[in-house]
Design a protein around this ligand. Structure first.
Ligand code: C2E
Ligand code: CA
Ligand code: CA
Length: 767
C-alpha cells in the first residue's frame, strides 16, 4: 500500500533515525570492542524516540490505546537498557530495571491485542480466548520444563528466578499477543505502520528468545552480534512505524472494519498444533524422567482423552467452515465459498473461467406459485448445475436466483461457453413439475476467463457483465465476456429514466413494414416497429430500449401506444378500398411482460373498439421466450383468439423446444426467423430448416411468414417451398405511416415480386 500523505519532513525524520543506526552497526562490525557501548546507546536512543513518537501517534486518533501501550513499553525498555548496562549484575537497581524489561513485554503484548483487527462477536471472542489459552498453555509447559523446573530442582532463590522465569514468560506473553493479532485477521485489516510495528515486535521476540535459549541473563549489550543486530533492527522498525503513524492521513474509517473472521484455515489449526506439542513434551519428559511406571498410565489416559476431544473439535471446525461457505437452501457454495475457491485457484496460478447464471422469469414463478415452489425450482436447478460441472469446479448460489460457477483449468472461453450451452440444454430437457404444471428452467449465462493480473472480483464482474448482455438480449442465451463489452447496466439506468416520459412527450414513432403475399405480390399486412427519437442520443433502436422498458415496466405504456397507432393506421388504410378482396392486417409485437399483464385482453379489446379495427385484422407477435408462465399465457392467448385476434410466433426456430410449445400454444402464424431465410441458396441443405417449418405449419394448419427476405431468389424459393407471406428489405424497409400507405396503395394494384431493391431507401429517419 502506498504511504500516501507521508510528508517529506517525515521522510527526513526517518532518514535521521536510520543513518546513525546503520553507521553504528558498521562501526560495531569493524571494532567488535565497541559492541556494548554502541548497541546500548543505539537501543536507548531508538527506545526514547520510539516512546516519543508512539505517544504522539496515540494523540492523533486511531488506535489510541495500542499506541499508548507501545509508548509506555518503549519508555520502560529505555530505562531497562540503561539500568541493565549501568548497574552491576544482581544489585538492587539491576533488579528494578530487569523488572522494567519484563514489563516491556507485557505492555507490547497489550498493544498487539488492542489493535482493532476484524470485529468479533462476543461468541467469537470466547472462541478466540479458548484458542489463545491453548497456545498459552502449551507455551507454559515448555517454559516450565525448560526454565522453571530446572531452577526449582536446583534450589534457586526467588530473586534469581525473576530473570530465568520472567523473560521467558515475557516472551510467551508477546508471542500470545502477536498470535491473537494474527488469529483475528489483523494482517488483512492493518495499515503499513501497524504491521511494521507488529513485525518489529516479532523481531524483538525472536532476538530475546535467542538470548534466553543461550542462557544469557538479559543483558543484550553483550550478546552475540546477530542477536544484538536483530534487536537494533526490530527497535528501528518499531520506531519508524511510530513516525509513519504520526503523519498518516489515509486513515481508514473505523466503520469499515468488517465483522466475522473467515480465517485462513491453517491459522485455525494453530491451537491444535499447540495441544499436540504440549502432549509430545509430556510424553517425552515422562519417559526421559523415568516416570513411565509411576505416571505412564495417567499420561496415556490424558493423551487419549485430549486426542479424542481434538478430533471431535476438528470435525466441528470443518463443519462450521463448511457451514460458513455453504448455501443452506441448495447445498451449493455461497458467495464466500466461491470467492475462497476462486482466490485459491488464482493464487496457484491456475487458469479459470467463471460462469454467471441468472434464472429468467424466476420472480414470476415466485409470484404465481409461491415461495416454496420457488425454492423447489432453485433446488432442482442447483441439482442440474452440480451435474453439469466437474468435480474440481465450484457451483455457488450468490443471490435469490443468481448462481456463479468456477470452472478450473480452463483457458479457452469457448470451452466454458460449451459447458454453458450444455447447462442450457440440460435445463431445458428437465422442466420442473409443480403440481399439474411444468415449468422450464430458463436462464441467461455470462462467461469470463481470467486475464493476466485479474483478481477474483474482476473475473466475477466480467462474467456478470456478460450475463447482463445475455439477459438483455432476452433469448435465454450465453454471452462470453469480451474487453470491448461495455457495462450496459449504468447506460440502461439512464435510458430507463429517460424512457419514463418518452411516450408522454411524443418521442416514440411507429414505422410500418409491409408484408407481401408471395404468390400474388400484394401487401397483406404491415408489422408495426417502434422507434425512439431521443432528445440527445438521436434514434435509439428498439433492440436497445425494449429490454430496458421490459424490466422497468415502461413497456406497458409503449406497447399500448404502438398498438393504438398500428390499429388506427391500418384501419385508415383499409378505408379507401373497402372492396379489396383481402383485408390488410396489423401485426404488433407483444413483449413477455405484456403477456403476463392481467389487463392485456381488456386493453386490446378497448383499443380495437375505439380505433374501429376488426379483431380479425390484428395479429399479435410473441416470441417463444415470452411464455414464462404457461398458466397465465395460454388462457390469455386463447381468450384473445376467441375474439378473433390471431397469434404469430415471432423468430420461430431460434428458441428452445419449438415443437413442444407448438402443440400446446394457441397460435395461427409462424414467422420464420431471418437467419433461416438467409441460408436459402437453392440447395436442399440451405432450405432444410425453412422447409421443415413450412411443412410443420401445413400439418398444424398454420400460415407462415418469412422474415428478412432480401433477394428475389429467396422470395422465389420461399414461394416454391409453399410459404405464404414474405417480409423484408426486398419489398420494403420499415417506413412511416404515410409512406407505407402509399406503398400499399400502389402495390395493391401492381402485383408482382419486385427486382432486387438494393437502393430502396429506408424511410427511417436515421437508419
Ligand atoms: P422483430 O419483431 O423480429 O422485427 C423484425 C426486425 O427485422 C426489425 O428490426 C426490422 O427492421 C428488421 N428487418 C426487416 N426486414 C429485414 C431484412 O430484410 N433484413 C434485415 N437484416 N432485417 C430486417 P427493428 O425494427 O430494429 O426491430 C427489432 C426488434 O425490436 C423486433 O424484432 C422486435 O422484437 C422489437 N420491437 C420492435 N418494435 C417493437 C414493439 O413495438 N414492441 C415490442 N415489444 N417489440 C418491438
Ligand atoms: Ca416481430
Ligand atoms: Ca422476428
Amino acid at each position: 500500500m502506498a504511504l500516501t500523505g507521508v510528508s517529506s519532513r517525515r521522510v527526513a525524520v526517518v532518514m535521521a533515525i536510520l543513518v546513525p543506526v546503520v553507521a553504528g552497526q558498521i562501526v560495531v562490525l569493524v571494532h567488535r570492542g565497541l559492541q556494548n557501548d554502541v548497541t546500548v546507546t543505539t537501543m536507548v536512543g531508538l527506545d526514547l524516540l520510539g516512546a516519543a513518537f508512539s505517544w504522539r501517534a496515540s494523540r492523533t486518533g486511531l488506535h489510541r490505546r495500542a499506541w499508548q501501550f507501545t509508548a509506555v513499553g518503549r519508555g520502560l525498555s529505555a530505562v531497562a537498557d540503561i539500568g541493565l548496562a549501568a548497574a552491576g549484575p544482581r544489585t538492587f537497581w539491576w533488579w528494578i530495571t530487569a523488572a522494567a524489561a519484563v514489563l516491556t513485554f507485557v505492555l507490547l503484548a497489550l498493544a498487539t491485542v488492542t489493535f482493532p483487527a476484524v470485529h468479533l462477536t462476543s461468541r467469537q471472542q470466547w472462541a478466540l480466548a479458548g484458542e489463545t489459552v491453548a497456545v498459552l498453555g502449551c507455551g507454559f509447559m515448555f517454559v516450565w520444563d525448560f526454565a522453571v523446573q530446572p531452577h526449582i530442582a536446583a534450589g534457586a532463590s526467588w530473586s534469581t528466578a525473576l530473570t530465568w522465569i520472567g523473560f521467558p514468560i515475557g516472551d510467551l506473553l508477546l508471542l500470545t499477543g502477536i498470535s491473537v493479532y494474527l488469529l483475528r485477521g489483523g494482517v488483512r485489516e492493518s495499515s503499513p505502520p501497524t504491521w511494521l510495528l507488529i513485525a518489529g515486535m516479532g523481531g524483538y521476540l525472536l532476538a530475546d528468545a535467542g538470548f534466553n535459549a543461550i542462557g544469557d541473563d538479559g543483558n543484550y549489550a553483550t550478546g552475540p552480534l546477530p542477536a544484538t543486530m536483530t534487536f537494533v533492527a526490530a527497535l528501528s522498525a518499531m520506531t519508524i512505524a511510530a513516525v509513519l503513524e504520526t503523519s498518516r492521513t489515509d486513515r481508514p474509517s473505523q466503520a469499515a472494519t468488517p465483522t466475522g473472521v473467515p480465517l485462513s484455515p491453517w491459522l485455525a489449526y494453530f491451537p491444535y498444533a499447540a495441544v499436540g506439542a504440549g502432549l509430545v513434551l509430556m510424553i517425552t519428559t515422562t519417559i526421559t524422567g523415568g516416570e513411565l511406571r509411576t505416571s505412564g498410565g495417567l499420561v496415556l489416559g490424558l493423551v487419549v482423552m485430549a486426542a479424542g476431544v481434538a478430533i471431535r473439535q476438528l470435525v466441528s471446525l470443518r463443519d462450521s467452515r463448511q457451514y460458513q461457505l455453504t448455501d443452506n437452501l441448495t447445498g451449493l457454495s455461497n458467495r464466500a465459498g466461491l470467492q475462497h475457491a476462486l482466490d485459491r485457484a488464482l493464487r496457484r496460478g491456475e487458469h479459470v473461467a467463471v460462469m454467471a447464471v441468472d434464472l429468467d422469469g424466476f420472480k414470476s414463478v415466485n409470484d404465481t406459485y409461491g415461495h416454496s415452489a420457488g425454492d423447489v425450482v432453485l433446488m432442482e436447478f442447483a441439482h442440474l448445475l452440480r451435474a453439469c460441472v466437474r468435480a474440481g469446479d465450484t457451483a455457488a448460489r450468490v443471490g435469490g436466483d443468481e448462481f456463479l460457477v468456477l470452472l478450473r483449468h480452463l483457458t479457452q472461453p469457448e470451452d466454458a461457453a460449451q459447458i454453458a450451452d450444455r447447462l442450457q440444454s440440460a435445463a431445458h430437457a428437465r422442466p420442473v413439475r409443480l403440481g399439474t404444471d411444468t415449468i422450464a428452467h430458463r436462464c441467461s449465462i455470462g462467461v469470463a476467463t481470467d486475464a493476466p493480473g485479474d483478481t477474483g472480483d474482476t473475473v466475477v464482474r466480467h462474467a456478470d457483465m456478460a450475463m447482463y448482455h445475455a439477459k438483455r438480449a432476452g433469448t435465454h442465451g450465453v454471452a462470453v465476456y469480451h474487453p470491448d463489452m461495455i457495462d450496459r447496466r449504468r447506460d440502461d439506468t439512464t435510458l430507463s429514466n429517460d424512457l419514463e416520459d418518452a411516450v408522454a412527450s411524443g418521442q416514440l414513432r411507429v414505422l410500418f413494414q409491409p408484408m407481401i403475399d408471395l404468390v400474388t405480390g400484394r401487401p397483406v399486412g404491415a408489422e408495426a416497429l417502434v422507434r425512439w427519437h431521443h432528445p440527445t442520443r438521436g434514434l435509439v433502436s428498439p433492440l436497445d430500449f425494449i429490454p430496458v422498458a421490459e424490466r422497468t415496466g415502461a413497456i406497458t405504456g409503449i406497447g399500448r401506444y404502438v398498438l393504438e397507432q398500428a390499429c388506427r393506421e391500418v384501419h385508415a388504410w383499409q378505408q379507401p378500398q373497402p372492396a379489396t378482396p383481402h383485408r390488410l392486417y396489423a401485426s404488433v409485437n407483444l413483449s413477455p411482460r405484456q403477456l403476463q399483464d392481467s389487463t392485456l385482453v381488456a386493453d386490446v379489446l378497448d383499443v380495437l373498439n375505439h380505433t374501429g379495427l376488426d379483431p380479425h385484422d390484428l395479429v399479435l407477435e410473441i416470441t417463444e421466450s415470452a411464455i414464462i408462465d404457461e398458466r397465465v399465457a395460454i388462457p390469455t392467448l386463447e381468450n384473445l383468439r376467441s375474439h378473433g385476434v390471431r397469434i404469430a410466433v415471432d423468430d420461430f426456430g431460434t428458441g428452445y423446444s419449438s415443437l413442444h410449445y407448438l402443440t400446446r400454444l394457441p397460435v395461427d402464424i409462424l414467422k420464420i426467423d431471418r437467419s433461416f431465410v438467409a441460408e436459402l441458396d437453392g440447395t436442399s441443405h440451405g432450405s432444410a430448416i425453412t422447409e421443415a417449418v413450412i411443412r410443420l405449419s401445413q400439418v398444424l394448419h398454420l400460415s407462415t411468414v418469412a422474415e428478412g427476405v432480401e433477394t428475389p431468389e429467396q422470395a422465389a424459393e420461399l414461394a416454391m417451398l409453399g410459404c405464404d407471406t414474405g417480409q423484408g428489405y426486398l419489398f420494403a424497409k420499415p417506413m412511416t405511416a404515410t409512406d407505407a400507405a402509399a406503398f400499399i396503395h400502389n402495390r395493391s394494384t401492381a402485383a408482382t415480386i419486385p427486382e432486387p431493391a438494393a437502393d430502396r431507401p429506408d424511410t427511417t429517419p436515421s437508419t
